[in-house]
Design a protein around this ligand. Structure first.
Ligand code: HEM
Length: 367
């Protein structure tokens, strides 16, 4: 059952318990096919419903993200405040590359056959309007572990904290109830990683392997994954993201990997983490796990509300007069963070759009 936020906007199905199966599809849209792709955004929920209806208990969902270049080609309106091409991070030793991507489909379910069928249908309907530039079939590994052997996701925020971390509030610079997703495909040098002692592996993360517990702060190395991914502002407030990494691999090719996916209302939080990991904090103190993990892809996508996806032009038109409303402190009373956590939108049962509140302005942030 889908619920809208009190601001009337229904988010896409971004939050939810980890699904056992996922397909990550990154597509580029052919030049000249922008209108076709835009029309298709409104059809996605129906395709998800058609495929998922036959196995409702297996919770098929699809989160759709739009890349910066496609936004510019598709819409006259300026980009949402945090949407720009993925920022490459070139450290002294390791690089996070920026790779092509106009659309992201993050498909999840309890069964891979549902994910696969949805991927097939979506790409089939888009036809030659798109090219698939990356396709990863991810699976949940033992005890929620990544292929490096560590439980992955334990520090994710939950409930209201997750909602606040992920969804843009009403009245801000971004369309409300949206999020920003960063994806990266990592491959691992498993032979080198497995040659390390368990103690050295644990030191790389700052995390105990068997017990799934965090090291005490004083024992975490400056180049550990946990230290570099803990982001605090000057007031000591920690800023979190929500991750839903999946394992993928092939014994035939020897490719073993982690598909990283991180969502945040403020994309600069995820970007700061990437800078810390690749450039280092301070510079040169880069993330030890990168000595065993190579980022092969990198993309940033804007994930609008379900209402936007169903009717982008209608939502953009509705955003225009809401600018004045956003300057009205009264509109802040509908802020998402002051509400109970919703049951996030499930694309297989979208609630009817409610345009009673604006989706926020599309002004760029002053930086
Ligand atoms: C924590 C694995 C990439 C952000 C962790 C943990 C593991 C892990 C095992 C500890 C348990 C937990 O999930 O909370 C990996 C692997 C990656 C990867 C295998 C890819 C090779 C990334 C990237 C980012 C990131 C690219 C950010 C851009 C975080 C954050 C935490 C975390 C924020 C929790 C920190 C905290 O709250 O203390 N990761 N991760 N990870 N990771 Fe990663």
């Amino acid at each position: 059952m889908t619920e809208a936020f009190p601001n009337g906007k229904t988010p896409q199905h971004v939050l939810g318990p980890p699904a056992p199966a996922a397909v990550f599809l990154v597509l580029t849209v052919r030049s000249g096919a922008e209108a076709e792709a835009k029309d298709f955004l409104g059809d996605i929920a129906g395709v998800v419903r058609s495929v998922g209806f036959r196995a409702r208990e297996d919770h098929l969902s699809c989160v759709t993200g739009i890349g910066a270049e496609l936004w510019d080609r598709m819409f006259d309106a300026p980009r949402p405040a945090g949407l720009h091409p993925f920022i490459e991070q070139r450290g002294d030793v390791h690089t996070a590359p920026s790779t092509p991507g106009d659309l992201l489909f993050h498909i999840r379910a309890r069964r891979m056959d549902l994910c696969f069928e949805l991927a097939r249908q979506l790409v089939g309907e888009l036809g030659d309007a798109v090219s698939v530039v990356d396709e990863v079939h991810g699976f949940r590994y033992f005890d929620e572990r990544d292929i490096m052997g560590f439980v992955d996701g334990a520090e994710n925020p939950e409930d209201q904290e997750a909602v606040d971390s992920v969804f843009t509030p009403t009245g801000g610079d971004d369309p409300a109830s949206s999020t920003y997703v960063i994806v990266q495909k990592y491959t691992h040098d498993m032979a080198a990683w497995e040659a390390l002692s368990v103690e050295d592996q644990e030191a790389a993360f700052g995390w105990y392997k068997l017990s799934d517990m965090e090291f005490p702060d004083e024992d975490k190395a400056p180049n550990s994954h946990l230290i570099l991914n803990t982001i605090e502002d000057e007031d000591g407030i920690e800023h979190k993201i929500v991750r839903d990494n999946m394992v993928f691999g092939s014994v035939e090719s020897g490719e073993f990997g982690t598909y990283f996916i991180g969502c945040a209302a403020d994309v600069s939080v995820t970007e700061q983490m990437l800078e810390n990991m690749f450039i280092g904090n301070p510079r040169g103190t880069y993330d030890r796990i990168l000595d065993f993990s190579t980022a092969q892809t990198g993309g940033l996508f804007f994930v609008p509300s379900q209402d936007f996806l169903d009717d982008p032009d209608g939502e953009l038109a509705a955003a225009e007069p809401s600018d004045a409303q956003n300057d009205d402190p009264a509109s802040a009373s509908a802020r998402v963070e002051e509400t109970d956590p919703p049951n996030p939108a499930s694309a297989d049962d979208p609630a009817p759009a409610d345009d009673s509140l604006g989706i926020g302005s599309l002004r760029r942030r002053d930086q």
